[in-house]
Design a protein around this ligand. Structure first.
Ligand SMILES: Cc1cc2nc3c(=O)[nH]c(=O)nc-3n(C[C@H](O)[C@H](O)[C@H](O)COP(=O)(O)OP(=O)(O)OC[C@H]3O[C@@H](n4cnc5c(N)ncnc54)[C@H](O)[C@@H]3O)c2cc1C
Length: 420
């Protein structure tokens, strides 16, 4: 049986691997000449298995006006009256209900745990090298009120996720690279088990392994134009290089998945959420960042990476709703530069590898994994801010569902027809 994977980002590649491993003939199609060129190229590098809170929440709702109106806000909307955004935003508001948030957190934690074990399996079996490290993650809070709320949820979750509550002084002692004064911090939550890894390097290493398989065919540099239907099912896709027929198709086109679904005749609530990153090589005198850091007030992440044998720091964040605009906005990059100076004392000049990408975001932050209303088309997309973290588990679920095996975790929270 032949399965065609639409899109070769981290989601498409991991899905292709699991299906090829299960014995299917797999064909991978992407518009770029190489893999992982879009959202999976230079993301925040955090494998965030314990910290999976969705963007939609009562707290975000409360802060929304100030977030959208402030000039240097990490979030902004510039999409005009885009009907796709209006439908998405209405669902986002519904997803802010406390009950919906609880459901999302429970579902994401289960998928994240599966992803962690699958990533470990793949890394070991295939001997993939991509700087995977259990660096631990420190989430710092500047607002006393928000820190108190975060502490309450750690206490409620119990010891299960190994999260520790730290005072401001303890945060600075744990991570000497932080150049903040204790009075600038309310405190932090540390999770020693969290990991970091370079998503692009992982994709490159997995691509090499996929190329070694006889049951995997590649069609890169091949833009997908639209679906070809016959007898009420998807039988082929139209591409710039002719039609590709298969028995089943898996939609992994990231932020472009919504447009493909529309052409197939159904609504997929996935909207592009634009983010930015820079990657710095700290000067020799700078203290090496040991843990990954999330700055809750600035909504930015800092991750230690190894690049060509040298230590590097990836700084990422920002969530702009601007449709498919891929302009690299210098003002947004400056926010990341200033954060490097303030938090780590690194004056970011010269080669900072500025980058932007479109996260495929669903209103409730959960990916959509399951059969679509169009027969023959399976969806594995919409991983938003956590696609690197959730990729391997989502690929496992996809393969299990296509093989009609009992899935390793509950799949209904990820169905297209869930509540939000
Ligand atoms: C700034 C930023 C920071 C992030 N930080 C983190 C983090 O720290 N941890 C984490 O877990 N996640 C993080 N993410 C999220 C993560 O990077 C994404 O969720 C993930 O990369 C999505 O993968 P994907 O394969 O679905 O999409 P993509 O990587 O975008 O892949 C989609 C593929 O589909 C192809 N495609 C699309 N349209 C067509 C077409 N018409 N024809 C042919 N091919 C097509 C594209 O070329 C692309 O290769 C971050 C994202 C951003 C932007």
């Amino acid at each position: 049986m032949k399965i065609c994977i639409l899109g070769a980002g981290v989601i498409g590649l991991t899905t292709a691997w699991c299906l090829a491993e299960a014995g299917y003939d797999v064909v991978i199609v992407d518009r770029h000449a190489s893999t992982a060129k879009d959202a999976s190229a230079a993301n925040g590098a955090q494998l965030s298995y314990a910290f999976v809170a969705p963007l939609a929440s009562p707290a975000t709702l409360k802060k929304l006006p100030s977030l959208l109106l402030s000039r240097n806000s990490p979030m902004r909307i510039r999409a005009g009256l885009d009907p796709a955004l209006i439908s998405w935003a209405a669902r986002f508001l519904l997803a802010c209900r406390p009950g919906a948030v609880r459901e999302t957190v429970a579902a994401q934690l289960a998928l994240a745990a599966l992803s962690r074990s699958e990533l470990t399996r793949l890394t070991q079996n295939l001997r993939l090298s991509f700087g995977l490290r259990t660096a631990g993650k420190l989430v710092i809070h500047r607002s006393a009120r928000e820190f108190k709320t975060a502490c309450r949820s750690v206490v409620a979750a119990g010891e299960e996720h190994g999260q520790q509550i730290l005072s401001a002084a303890e945060c600075l002692a744990l991570e000497p690279a932080l150049q903040l004064d204790a009075d600038q911090l309310a405190g932090g939550i540390f999770t020693a088990s969290e990991q970091v890894g370079d998503c692009a390097a992982f994709c490159a290493a997995l691509t090499v392994r996929l190329r070694q398989r006889r049951n995997v065919e590649w069609l890169l540099d091949t833009p997908i134009i639209g679906p070809v239907r016959a007898g009420g099912r998807l039988v082929a896709v139209d591409t710039g290089k002719g039609q590709i027929a298969a028995d089943h198709f898996v939609l992994c086109m990231g932020a472009a998945s919504g447009a493909f679904a529309r052409a197939c005749g159904f609504y997929l609530p996935i909207y592009p959420l634009k983010g930015y990153s820079i990657t710095l090589a700290p000067p020799p005198q700078a203290r090496v960042l040991r843990h990954s850091i999330t700055d809750m007030a600035r909504k930015l992440v800092f991750a230690p990476l190894a690049r060509d044998g040298r230590s590097a720091v990836r700084i990422a964040g920002i969530a702009d709703l601007e449709s498919n605009d891929m302009t690299l906005d210098g003002g947004r990059i400056d926010i990341l530069r200033r954060a490097a100076a303030e938090l780590l004392g690194i004056e970011a000049a010269g080669d900072i590898a500025p980058w932007c990408g479109l996260r495929p975001a669903t209103p409730d932050s959960r990916p959509i994994i399951g059969w679509s209303p169009l027969e023959g088309l399976f969806i594995n997309s919409g991983h938003g801010m956590l696609g690197w973290t959730l990729a391997c588990g989502s690929a496992r679920l996809t393969a299990d569902m296509i093989e009609r095996k009992r899935p390793a975790t509950e799949t209904s929270p990820f169905a297209l027809r869930r509540a939000a």
